[in-house]
Design a binder for this molecule. Structure first.
Ligand code: UGA
Length: 438
């Protein structure tokens, strides 16, 4: 008999996981406490932008393998329950808010059938799995708990879930590992590396990976600061060090830094947890990683100020990009939007364009002005900021763009535009970590 799977929490992670596991041929039920989400998903609609997901979801619903429900009773029969709820940063501290994870465990613990497995996927402070395991065994000793962190990137969620570069399982028994091997058989057959770990290590792998990625980005942004001071070019520097395979050339794109719903909150929660464990000193460097990251936003704002002679009052600033990265409509902790809002607060008239994220951006910053056409965004602008590296922005013709703006000043906050082309078209071109061109 094939495994029946439940997915608790149908946000980014859960909706993607449910559709992908269903596409492997398993029966999947996604449950959520939010009736609006369930209604949309049941119709094959994804409440956020993620390439390929909607098509996959619709096909899986059509196949009859994938369903969604608000009723936790519908999942009592599943063999594996995945907990995929969010762990956002707490309002008044660096630590993660564990209420949703705890509530999900409490909802499923009494219902799960004997011999089934509850698997955490959410990013959690180390020690959570053991705490939940004890809580579960007090309520339902016939059910085991495992941890299986997720490494998907927004914008590549389907690809990363179907073809992960590794599978990590934190388990306390061979039976639990074997059940997960049965579920992920197609990945194992395809040669995906499989790492069996204990519960705390599995939890730590996730935050260690995100901390490393954040460190790489802040490292190159620190080099960008030094390049600016020394008259160097960080894009050439990144390329040159990246040829060393021990360093690698990915995640060395200098610019306005990392945002989103994962990297910033994960490094903060990791620091908070290390503090609780008495290992604060080991992660002290992450505080610096966070500061370098936030400083990049201020450096762009300083460039704007210096280009407009420190007078932003009434100036029209065109902002290209609101999402925290391209191919996403996610604006959580978006460096682009943060910069836009700060410039507006300093007196400028900011107009923001984004191909997918305007609705979300508007909800977060209703006072900002938004435009759905690039042309209207640029028209009459005194300065243009390129803050999310969508492909469509690389396709802008700088000659045509120059005819629209009042001030032909481009600040490339992502080091992604073809500088020579913009300079040849008569633009003043600025970028973080590179010498200025007038
Ligand atoms: C990140 C990790 O990459 C995933 O492996 C992980 O599963 C996920 O968090 C998570 O914890 O759920 P994601 O938040 O989708 O994925 O975004 P990334 O692609 O990691 O980008 C994060 C930020 O770093 C973006 O704002 C991006 O613009 C910025 N970035 C990335 C740079 O500034 N420079 C780079 O070279 C790369």
């Amino acid at each position: 008999m094939t495994l029946r799977v439940s997915v608790i929490g149908t946000g980014y992670l859960g909706a993607t996981h449910a559709a992908c596991i269903s596409s492997l041929g398993f029966q999947v039920i996604g449950v959520d406490v939010d009736p609006k989400k369930i209604e949309l998903l049941s119709k094959g609609k994804v409440p956020f932008y993620e390439p390929d997901l909607e098509e996959l979801l619709a096909a899986e619903i059509q196949s009859g393998r994938l369903t969604f429900s608000n009723d936790f009773g519908t999942i009592a029969d599943a063999d594996i329950h995945f907990i995929c709820v969010g762990t956002p940063q707490q309002a008044n501290s660096l630590a993660a808010d564990m209420r949703f994870v705890d509530a999900a465990l409490d909802a499923i613990a009494p219902l799960a059938k004997t011999g089934s497995l509850i698997v955490g996927k959410s990013t959690v402070p180390v020690g959570t799995a053991e705490r939940l395991r004890q809580r579960l065994s007090a309520v339902n000793p016939g059910v085991e708990l495992a941890w299986n962190p997720e490494f998907l990137r927004e914008g590549f969620a389907v690809e990363d879930t179907l073809r992960p570069n590794r599978l990590v399982v934190g388990v306390t028994s061979d039976a639990a590992e074997n059940k997960l091997k049965e579920l992920y058989k197609s990945n194992l057959d395809a040669g995906t590396p499989w790492v069996r770990a204990d519960l705390p290590t599995a939890e730590l792998v996730k935050v260690a990976a995100n901390s490393f990625l954040a460190t790489k980005i802040s490292f190159i942004n620190a080099m960008a600061e030094v390049c600016e001071a020394a008259g160097g070019d960080v894009t050439v520097l990144a390329k040159a060090i990246g040829y060393d395979p021990r360093i690698g050339n990915r995640f060395l794109q200098a610019g306005i830094g990392f945002g989103g719903g994962c990297l910033p909150k994960d490094i903060r929660a990791f620091m908070a947890r290390a503090g609780e464990l008495g290992a604060e000193q080991a992660l002290e460097f992450l505080r610096e990683i966070d500061s370098i990251n936030l400083r990049a936003r201020q450096r762009v704002i300083e460039l704007v100020r210096s280009d407009l002679s420190d007078d932003l009052q009434g100036k029209k600033i065109a902002v290209l990009g609101a999402a925290f990265k391209p191919d996403s409509d996610d604006v959580r902790d978006s460096p682009a939007l943060d910069i836009a809002a700060q410039i507006q607060a300093a007196g400028a008239r900011v107009v923001v364009h984004d191909p997918k994220a305007i609705e979300n951006a508007q909800m977060r910053f209703p006072a900002l002005a938004f435009e759905s056409e690039i042309e209207n965004t640029l028209t009459g602008a005194d300065l243009v900021l390129h803050l999310t590296e969508w492909k469509i922005y690389r396709e802008i013709d700088p000659v045509k763009a120059k005819a629209l703006v009042t001030g032909a000043i481009m600040i490339d906050g992502r080091n992604a535009l073809d500088r020579d082309k913009w300079i040849a078209a008569g633009w003043k071109f600025r970028a973080l970590g590179r010498a200025s061109h007038n």
